[in-house]
Every structure is written in structure tokens, then in C-alpha cells.
Design a protein around this ligand. Structure first.
Ligand code: SAH
Ligand code: SF4
Ligand code: F3S
Length: 475
């Protein structure tokens, strides 16, 4: 039996309200039941869906991309902004119709919205059978069987230990070249605007040896790039049970880099406060640790940063950026920005635009503030910036980033980069696409015997704000 699976994703990393293309992969095992899964939100959610797929496969559930053929429909949800939750509710209306057509089909809500709304979800969404939070996926088989008997299943217990370290993810949307490895879960930071500490619980780090084993296995199966994932990867810290060994994020990076020089290592997302010099030295010293740091600033104004509880101010952040460029001169830095946070003035918004110039971001994810129930900001501050003003400020930030990205990319014209081929370009199967160490996407015509998964040298000939265009050159 050939089964396929859908996940919905785009190219964004952590924190995007993602939706879009449908990817499929083929499994050849025989399963007696089928599940369909859609994932929204950050890369952690996509990674978790692969853990869910692994747990379900052991129960005889195979993936399907035909929602009408599914015995179990799952939606892995995001709560980061109101819009993300609206998208999920719209999809649930579609699933309701499927359920009415195919009685007996179970619908389950996973992830951050399940965690945020808990029992309320079952009251609000009467056709939902399962509500399962991010730390409770091991309980899915039990919850499914009680739902099959007509009892709605809910488990939203947040754990201090769960890292799913022993579960080998089923790579759902794999190109066979790049993969994500979850290294820590949760967040202890309590940024005042953010719902993640409530939906993902306390920070915990995964056993480093299981991480290295997963990276080694991926390399042996032909993968050439791993991205170490976490809400706050650079606060990774693991101590052996006997207390004899402590592994920091910098150390973990080098351990994974040593799996093989041809296995590239990336990481996402890092909080600025935890990017130590040791992390920067690791990036500098290992060719295969990519010269790229996602370093979300959120705002360029110190008063707003204080209200956001980001733990750094404008000057501290600028010093950190300077330190990065000092130790790793060719590093690309990207960011996240929030426009129109509570009480932000026009002048404070200007500070965000100027810090973007100073940091010279290669790209950014940009949002306007969306108040989330239960967060510190929702309790303490008034969401007082009119939507029109939020949108205007956001569009100024976007215009600024487009200029910076174009400028950053134009500087690459004439340079030659080692590019890992990830597959055909979106527009033409005569072209390949791949990224350089700075995480920039490069599109170039196919040539010779090169194939997906190979490293090639590409000289850049043209640049837009989003993409580099080039040609393969022989080494
Ligand atoms: N852990 C990551 C970010 C995770 S959320 C970090 O600290 O960098 C991804 C991004 O969503 C955040 O960086 C922030 O820019 C944005 N975001 C989070 N909460 C938001 C809110 N309430 N409104 C608008 N954007 C928000
Ligand atoms: Fe949210 Fe801040 Fe934690 Fe990032 S670091 S997940 S923005 S609380
Ligand atoms: Fe969204 Fe949860 Fe990720 S709120 S951004 S899916 S951690």
C-alpha cells in the first residue's frame, strides 16, 4: 500500500504563522488505519508532527494525504498571534464537514492552541474528539482508543522532563538532504508579549548523545544538513545524571559539527542574551557550522525592550551584533520585529528602523503586535496602538528590511559560495536551488552530473531582495 502525508509549510523558521504548500512523501509499510496531519506555526511544531507520526505508526496508523480516507485527522496548532488561531478554527470547519460525511472519523487538536485552551476547546469545538498538548504525545494511543469508545480524550499536562529523546521522528516532508533535530523544549524567558512559555512549559534540554546519534544516523542516510531546533536553542544546557559532565550549547554545536565535515549544522532560534563568545568561536572555527545567526531584536528602543522583558537594551544588543561581526566577519544576522507594542511612540518605532540599519539584517520576520490572553503584557499594559498605526509601522519596517536585504544580496554579486543543492527551483526544473552558509537561497542552472545533496561552487551573477542567482563553477 502506498500512503502519503500532508504537511503544510513554507520556508520560514520559528515563529511564523505558516501555511501554504503541500508536500508529500511515500511510505511503503502496511498500515490498518490512516491518519492525516496538518501543521501550523513554527518549525518546532513541524518537528513535533514527525514525532507524532512515529508514535502513530507503531499503532498501525499510516499517513495519508487524502483527508477523506483518514480515520484520524490531526491539526498541530499555533497560538503565537490571533491570526494563527483564526486559521486553525477555519480548518476545523472544513474537518467538521468531513466528519459529517464520514462518521467515525476522529478529529484531534495538537500543539499550542490545545495547550492554551485545554478543556475549553472541547466545549467550544464540539466535533473535536482529542485535545493533546505538546508534552503529551506519548499518550496519543490511549487517548485515541478512548475516543474510539466515545469518550473525548484530553491530555495537556506540561512536563519538566519530556524531550522525546528516544523517539526516532518519521521525516514527513523530507527532501532527503536537510533535517531538523529538536534539542530543547520550552522557554523560561517570559517575554511579556509571548504565549510560548504558557503553551510549551519550562525549558529542558535533550541528552546530547541522543542528538549526536540522530545527526550521525541522518548523515549515514545521506542527509547533509541538520538544524538544531528549540524555542531558545542557545540556552541549551545538559548535565549528566552523575553531575560529572555539563554540556553547553557551544559544546553541543562542536559535537554535532564533528559528526562529519560534510554535514552542515544550523540552529534556530537564539535569544540574544545567550549568544556567548564560545558559541561565536565554534561558528568561526568549524567550517561546517553555518555563518548565520537568527537574533530576534523585537524592538530597537530600550524602554520598549524593558516593557517586553527582553533582558537587554538597545546598546547591549548593538554591542552583541558588533561582537558577532568582529569574531565572524562574514556572518549573516536576521531578526524578528514587533511593530506597535503597547505604548510605543513614533520616536520609539524610529529606533527599530535605525537598529535595523546598524545590525544590517540579511532578512527578518516582521509582525504587528497581537495581544495574547494570559501573557504579562495582556495583564499589565493596554494594547493601545490603533491597528492602522500598527500596520503603518509594520509596513515601514518591511520597506526598510527589503532595502537592507537587497543591499546585503547585491554585495554577494561576483562572489563564489559553496551551495548545498536542495532540489529543483520552484519555478523551473532546469534550475537547482540551494543555500549558502549564510542561509541565502541561490538559484542556478543545472549542469553536468550534479544532483540534489551535492555541494557545488556557485558564482553569484544577480540578486533580488529575496534570492541570489548564479552559475555553477568548477572548483
Ligand atoms: N523564541 C523565539 C521566538 C518565538 S516566537 C525568540 O525568542 O526569538 C517568534 C516571533 O513571533 C517572536 O520573535 C516575535 O517577534 C513574534 N511574536 C511573539 N509573540 C507575538 C505577539 N504577541 N504579537 C506579535 N508577534 C509576536
Ligand atoms: Fe517567547 Fe521570548 Fe521565549 Fe522567544 S524567548 S519563545 S519570544 S518568551
Ligand atoms: Fe506557535 Fe507554539 Fe511555535 S505558539 S510559534 S507553534 S511554539
Amino acid at each position: 500500500m502506498t500512503e502519503q502525508v500532508n504537511v503544510i509549510r513554507d520556508t520560514a523558521m520559528l515563529g511564523e504563522d505558516r501555511q501554504g504548500e503541500v508536500y508529500a512523501n511515500t511510505q511503503t509499510t502496511d498500515f490498518h488505519k490512516a491518519f492525516y496531519i496538518e501543521s501550523y506555526g513554527c518549525q518546532m511544531n513541524f518537528s513535533d508532527s514527525e514525532i507524532v507520526a512515529s508514535i502513530l505508526q507503531k499503532e498501525g496508523y499510516g499517513p495519508t494525504h487524502e483527508i477523506d480516507h483518514a480515520d484520524l485527522i490531526l491539526i498541530n496548532t499555533c497560538s503565537i498571534r490571533e491570526k494563527a488561531e483564526d486559521t486553525v478554527r477555519k480548518r476545523l470547519r472544513v474537518f467538521d464537514k468531513v466528519k459529517q460525511k464520514n462518521p467515525g472519523t476522529l478529529v484531534g487538536v495538537l500543539g499550542c492552541m490545545a495547550e492554551r485552551l485545554k478543556e475549553k476547546f472541547l466545549e467550544e469545538e464540539r466535533l473535536v474528539d482529542l485535545v493533546v498538548g505538546p508534552d503529551a504525545y506519548r499518550d496519543l494511543p490511549t487517548l485515541i482508543s478512548s475516543a474510539e469508545d466515545g469518550d473525548k480524550g484530553i491530555n495537556v499536562f506540561l512536563s519538566r522532563e519530556e524531550t522525546y529523546a528516544d523517539i526516532a521522528p518519521v521525516r514527513l516532508d523530507s527532501n532527503g538532504v536537510t533535517a531538523f533535530i529538536s534539542i530543547m523544549r520550552g522557554c523560561d524567558n517570559m517575554c511579556s508579549f509571548c504565549v510560548v512559555p504558557f503553551t510549551r512549559g519550562r525549558e529542558r534540554s535533550r541528552d546530547p548523545f541522543s542528538i549526536v546519534a540522530e545527526a550521525t544516523d541522518l548523515y549515514q542516510r545521506g542527509y547533509k544538513e541538520v538544524t538544531l531546533l528549540g524555542q531558545n536553542v542557545d540556552s541549551y544546557k545538559w548535565a549528566s545524571p552523575d553531575g560529572d559532565h555539563e554540556i553547553s550549547f557551544a559544546k553541543l554545536l562542536t559535537m554535532v559539527a564533528e559528526v562529519h565535515p560534510d554535514l552542515r549544522v544550523r540552529f534556530s532560534t537564539s535569544h540574544p542574551k545567550d549568544i556567548t563568545d564560545d558559541v561565536l568561536y565554534a561558528i568561526r572555527d568549524y567550517e561546517n557550522i553555518c555563518k548565520y545567526i537568527h537574533l530576534p531584536v523585537q524592538s530597537g528602543n530600550s524602554r520598549v525592550l524593558e516593557l517586553m522583558n527582553r533582558t537587554y537594551d538597545r546598546e547591549w544588543y548593538i554591542n552583541k551584533v558588533n561582537r558577532i561581526y568582529e569574531i565572524v566577519p562574514d556572518c549573516a544576522i536576521s531578526s524578528d520585529m514587533i511593530a506597535g507594542f503597547c505604548s510605543e511612540t513614533d520616536a520609539e518605532h524610529e529606533d527599530t528602523l535605525t537598529i535595523m540599519d546598524i545590525a544590517q539584517y540579511s532578512m527578518s520576520y516582521m509582525f504587528y503586535y497581537s495581544e495574547r490572553p494570559g501573557t504579562l503584557a495582556a495583564k499589565k499594559y493596554e494594547d493601545d496602538i490603533p491597528l492602522k498605526v500598527k500596520k503603518k509601522r509594520l509596513s515601514e519596517i518591511i520597506v526598510k528590511q527589503n532595502e537592507l536585504s537587497l543591499n546585503h544580496n547585491q554585495k554577494d554579486i561576483g562572489k563564489t559560495f559553496s551551495v548545498l543543492i536542495e532540489g529543483d527551483s520552484k519555478k523551473s526544473d532546469l534550475d537547482f536551488k540551494g543555500r549558502n552558509t549564510q542561509n541565502k537561497m541561490i538559484v542556478f542552472p543545472k549542469k553536468g552530473h550534479y544532483k540534489t545533496g551535492d555541494y557545488v561552487n556557485v558564482t553569484v551573477t544577480e540578486a533580488t531582495s529575496a534570492t541570489l542567482i548564479g552559475n555553477i563553477v568548477e572548483a
